[in-house]
Design a binder for this molecule. Structure first.
Ligand code: FEO
Ligand code: CA
Ligand code: CA
Ligand code: CA
Length: 600
């Protein structure tokens, strides 16, 4: 019954062809503009960007590096707040002659610390179009930089745990900064959730931690055999806390979901321990049928898991004081996926089993509820701080790098990007992760029982198995594969108001630039992937956000020019400023030149 409606609302634009241009290329009929670039002043009074004379102090007031998650809070029809994560830094592109953190001038290391975190910027509509630009004059009372130094509160069941205490914070309740914030989400009470992802890479001294702690470092990707891993930024040369030999618990204070109030620039960001600690990709909230708050989260590492948190109490619209504590108490679950086809039919070729689908049923396995652990041999604090170990013991399904997760606003189904997994082998494939040496990734669809995000069971399917459409191991929802855009390595996902899935890619293994794609998930066009834009050389596509009025789509262009061997004296990208300029990670906006809906 819904198919005609869904067909009418499916995207119609002519796809952008795969390319390797050093440009942001968008579908015909659309225009793009840069909204905010690395180094643009954010805090009133911050200096203008000066590539060859950056300082930590200047950077702490300017737009940070490697923009990732983007979200938008309108404050009127022509004004709003943009939140942007700054995931990591490419020092070899940021500084001339960078040879590693060991020898770098300390000022450059300070720039790196200050270029992490996030930005809140006020933006305004250009005329009556879908274009937006930075507000660059006036009070800009909301503008704020969050960095690796910003004081944050640790809350929830593990706050104050011995596992989180350091000499600088003997109570285990306060930490400076957040690191490697990748994807994120928002709450119904208009705060930002942002996930600390590959925070393991910032520390040294793993050889010097107590022996009993070493297995936890290993599982979270910190070397216990090399004191200073190659390529380390050496933040420890500026702040001793990054040396684990001296401060072994500092590591445990990173790897959380952080909640930030964009409307109060003096507010203290909060690390929510109830949501567990891992390589947090995103945090997408959804209300359960009885009004509690569910948060869907991926752990983006090979063979890690998909998680869901469900709050104990209900969301009460307008009751801010109550809502602000909802993410401190609830149950953390991890997902187990069971295929419904015979194991012999999951043969590693990627070809569909005889029932016509990679699909099956699943369960959300409870790990911890408040102070009560559901995992034998682990305390609640241990489950929350060493969540991967708890998920192992619970028997969860090891996935192909779970990235961003979103819930379809029209159908209620939940979609996760599984970006790739080079280490998957024929010996450990399963129906949800069916290809060995998985180079191109897949999209996973979860339908919660009774469409309730509070449910503990679900059905699932793979509507998209990515890669060259001519490759028999790919599946484009059953759509005619001669008529789709090739897609590889899905990362960030979002929905438009019509329920079409938008997929941003990172690491396109088909040889052309990354981009942003639209795909209907229902009706006769299910699986009809169309490429909406491509990003410049060396960049990954992040953000994406189709604004509710569907006049604009924001996209973060992360690490333009990140190609092995590129340096400021030999840049491979000059985006966005052109000429001989250095590449600058930036948030851009795309809109239809005739004011039509995004996707038209
Ligand atoms: Fe930062 Fe998993 O992408
Ligand atoms: Ca099946
Ligand atoms: Ca990502
Ligand atoms: Ca990524």
């Amino acid at each position: 019954a819904g198919s005609v409606r869904e067909l009418r609302k499916a995207p119609k634009f002519t796809p952008v062809a795969p390319n390797t241009q050093d440009a942001l290329v968008v579908a015909d009929g659309y225009a793009t503009a840069v909204v905010a670039r690395w180094g643009d002043p954010v805090v009133p009074g911050a200096p203008a960007f000066d590539f060859d004379h950056q300082t930590g102090e200047a950077q702490a007031g300017q737009f940070g590096y490697n923009c990732d998650f983007v979200t938008f809070f309108p404050t009127g029809s022509a004004r709003g707040l943009l939140w942007v994560n700054h995931e990591y830094t490419n020092e070899d592109l940021m500084f001339r002659g960078w040879t590693g953190g060991d020898n770098a001038p300390l000022e450059q290391i300070k720039v790196g610390l200050a270029a992490h975190g996030g930005s809140i910027v006020e933006i305004e509509r250009v005329g009556r179009t879908g274009q937006w630009k930075l507000v660059t004059s006036g009070r800009r009372r909301y503008n704020r930089r969050i960095t690796a130094h910003t004081r944050m509160r640790i809350s929830g069941p593990a706050a104050g745990s011995a596992l989180l205490k350091t000499s600088a914070d003997p109570r285990g309740t306060t930490v400076l900064g957040m690191l490697n914030n990748c994807a994120g989400g928002t709450t119904p009470w208009k705060t930002v959730l942002t996930g600390e992802e590959n925070w393991n890479q910032y520390f040294v001294g793993g050889t010097g931690v107590p022996e009993a702690q070493k297995p936890y470092l290993v599982r979270y990707g910190v070397s216990t055999t090399v004191a200073i891993p190659a390529g380390n930024r050496r933040f420890d040369r500026v702040e001793e806390r990054f040396d684990l030999a001296k401060h072994p618990q500092e590591l445990n204070r990173f790897g959380w979901i952080v909640e930030i109030d964009p409307f109060d620039p003096d507010s203290t960001p909060v690390k929510r321990t109830a949501l567990g600690r891992f390589a947090h990709e995103g945090a997408t909230t959804s209300l359960t049928k009885d009004g509690r708050v569910a948060v869907y989260m991926g752990d983006d590492t090979r063979f890690e898991y998909i998680y869901k948190f469900v709050s104990k109490d209900r969301y009460i619209p307008g009751f801010d004081r109550h809502n602000r504590n909802l993410l401190d108490e609830g149950t953390l679950y991890v997902a187990k996926f069971t295929g419904d086809s015979p194991a012999a039919e999951i043969d590693g070729t990627g070809r569909l089993p005889s029932d016509g689908a990679f699909d099956g049923t699943g369960t959300w396995l409870p790990l911890v509820s408040g102070d009560k652990s559901h995992v034998a041999g682990m305390t609640a604090d241990e489950v929350l701080v060493y969540t991967r170990f708890a998920a192992d013991k619970a028997g969860a399904t090891k996935m192909d790098r779970p990235e961003d997760i979103e819930r379809n606003p029209v159908t209620g189904a939940v979609y996760a990007a599984l970006t790739n997994n080079s280490n998957r082998t024929a010996a450990n494939i399963d129906e949800a992760n069916p290809r060995p040496a998985n180079k191109h990734g897949q999209i996973l669809e979860i339908v919660e029982r009774r469409d309730d995000s509070g449910a503990t069971s679900f059905t699932w399917a793979l509507p998209l198995v990515c890669g060259d459409p001519a490759d028999p191991s790919t599946y484009y929802g059953g759509y005619d594969k001669t008529k789709v855009s090739p897609i590889s390595c899905p990362d960030n996902v979002t929905f438009d108001a019509d329920g079409n899935l938008w997929i941003a890619t990172d690491g396109n293994a088909l040889g052309s630039n990354d981009g942003l794609f639209a795909m209907p998930v229902g009706g006769p066009e299910r699986g009809h992937v169309r490429q909406f834009l491509t990003v410049p050389r060396g960049a990954e596509t992040c953000g994406p956000l189709v604004v509710k009025d569907q006049l604009s789509v924001f996209v973060a262009v992360q690490h333009p020019g990140e190609i092995t061997g590129a340096t400021p004296d030999n840049p491979v990208s000059h985006w966005p400023d052109g000429g001989t300029s250095q590449p600058r990670p930036s948030v851009a906006v795309a809109w239809h030149k005739q004011g039509k809906k995004i996707g038209s």
